[in-house]
Design a protein around this ligand. Structure first.
Ligand SMILES: Cc1cc2nc3c(=O)[nH]c(=O)nc-3n(C[C@H](O)[C@H](O)[C@H](O)COP(=O)(O)OP(=O)(O)OC[C@H]3O[C@@H](n4cnc5c(N)ncnc54)[C@H](O)[C@@H]3O)c2cc1C
Length: 394
């Protein structure tokens, strides 16, 4: 039977970055579910500077920076059609002394850069086999792949996304909530200049967002009712492009769709525990929720940073690697619960047709527009910059 210090299930961004971090520290790592081909599904992720700093520490900073588009400002436009309309508010990164709130990178580029680094990392073996189950065995676990073959390791990390089989096999329960929303995603070319501003139109069905993705190119995330998403998907691409142009009031001119079109049902799935025995969950296996405030992968990378740091410390002390897991859970549980509750509240407040909530949102945005210190604090919390300290350098 093959053996490694750690097995990671899932070759998404969370699993691959954890594999790089652990293998670079000298642990033997086996990764299951590595992608054989990387499909550009038109989706992208806005990564905060803290996330890019962490990825730079894995040696993939320059390769990612080459593919990244700066998000220097975020503009929020109220299209909820409520009786009380919030003012259009623009948050500029310069106001909190940052060059940009974050950097938008196509998911396919993130995975390609990580896979390239993973292939060149000694001690890291990549397999496209799927994980089926595991059993505890002494100071380790024996896991079984879909083809029936087995592998032994001291730790098992579930990075297998929101329908995590690892989470299920470890008996970790999760809270789930389905929203009446589907996110339509694609990349668009347009004649207008986005000026590195991410523009979020808040509609009663959810945000309709243009995120800068290069010169004259934006990534679209259009959250809408599932039945409407189905009818949009049935349209020829040119007609859908016309609908997008109309919905955006043509603020960047007529758009052209230049990627595959994705449709993702919106749901929250949050694990009750991050750790069970020798198993730890990271990324969307631990927490999945709608893409509001770019909390998804950024939060996943915070999990990875903490888990990798804790496991490396146990390895260097010659301790049982499992000793690292409760410390990891302690580091991450509160932040994960707070961020997922925050996203749920923001999303629910947006889609609720309820006057007091409209008034609260309008008042909050008016206050943020007019009171600079309040706006700066909100920006720092949103992008994880310490409110009263220096941000880490790139
Ligand atoms: C529309 C949209 C926009 C978003 N925008 C942002 C953003 O701007 N910023 C941000 O930070 N986040 C964003 N997110 C969230 C972000 O995309 C996710 O958090 C992130 O991609 C999750 O990565 P992951 O590695 O945890 O999971 P996944 O990407 O789901 O990877 C899981 C992997 O596990 C594999 N797997 C599953 N089961 C098995 C098995 N049994 N055996 C082996 N392998 C298995 C899968 O094939 C997959 O490769 C967005 C999400 C959406 C839907």
């Amino acid at each position: 039977m093959s053996r490694s210090d750690v097995t990671i299930v899932g070759g998404g961004a969370a699993g691959l970055s954890a594999a790089l971090g652990l293998a670079q520290a000298g642990l033997s790592v086996h990764l299951l579910g590595a992608p054989t081909t990387i499909r550009d599904d038109g989706r992208s992720a806005a990564l905060f500077q803290t996330s890019l700093d962490f990825l730079a520490g894995l040696g993939i900073g320059p390769a990612l920076q080459d593919k990244a588009a700066a998000l220097r400002a975020i503009r929020i436009v109220d299209l909820t059609g409520g009786l009380v309309r919030a003012p259009t508010t623009t948050f500029r990164a310069l106001e909190i002394g940052q060059e940009a709130f974050g950097w938008n990178i196509a998911n396919a580029d993130i995975l390609a850069v990580m896979m390239e680094a993973a292939r060149q990392t000694p001690g890291l073996t990549l397999s496209d086999a799927q994980f089926r189950s595991f059993t505890a065995a002494g100071n380790g676990v024996i896991l079984e792949r879909e083809d029936g073959s087995r592998h032994e390791s001291r730790l098992l990390i579930g990075a297998d996304g929101q329908n995590s089989r690892t989470r299920e096999a470890a008996g970790i329960a999760f809270r789930t909530k389905d929203y009446p929303q589907t996110a339509l995603t694609c990349r668009l070319r347009h004649p207008g200049d986005h000026e590195d501003i991410s523009t979020e139109f808040h509609t009663r069905e959810g945000p309709f967002t243009f995120v800068p993705s290069g010169d004259g190119i934006s990534a679209l995330v259009w959250i809408m009712r599932p039945d409407k998403a189905e009818s949009m998907l049935a349209l020829p691409r040119e007609r859908l492009a016309e609908r997008i142009t109309r919905q955006s009031s043509s603020f960047l001119g007529p758009v052209e769709i230049i990627s595959a079109i994705g449709a993702v049902p919106m749901r929250k799935r949050v694990a009750d525990r991050l750790v069970s025995g020798r198993v730890a969950l990271i990324g969307e296996a631990a927490h999945a929720f709608p893409p509001i405030g770019a909390q998804g992968l950024n939060l996943g990378l915070k999990d990875v940073e903490s888990l990798v740091r804790r496991v490396i410390a146990a390895h260097r002390e010659g301790a049982d690697l499992a000793a690292a897991l409760p410390l990891y859970a302690q580091d991450r549980k509160l932040d994960m619960d707070m961020r997922s509750t925050g996203v749920d509240l923001m999303n629910s407040a947006l889609i609720a047709d309820f006057l007091p909530l409209d008034i609260t949102r309008a008042l909050a945005l008016t206050a943020l527009k007019q009171i600079a210190p309040l706006r700066q604090l909100a920006m720092r919390i949103g992008s994880w910059t310490p409110p009263f300290g220096q941000r880490r350098s790139a």
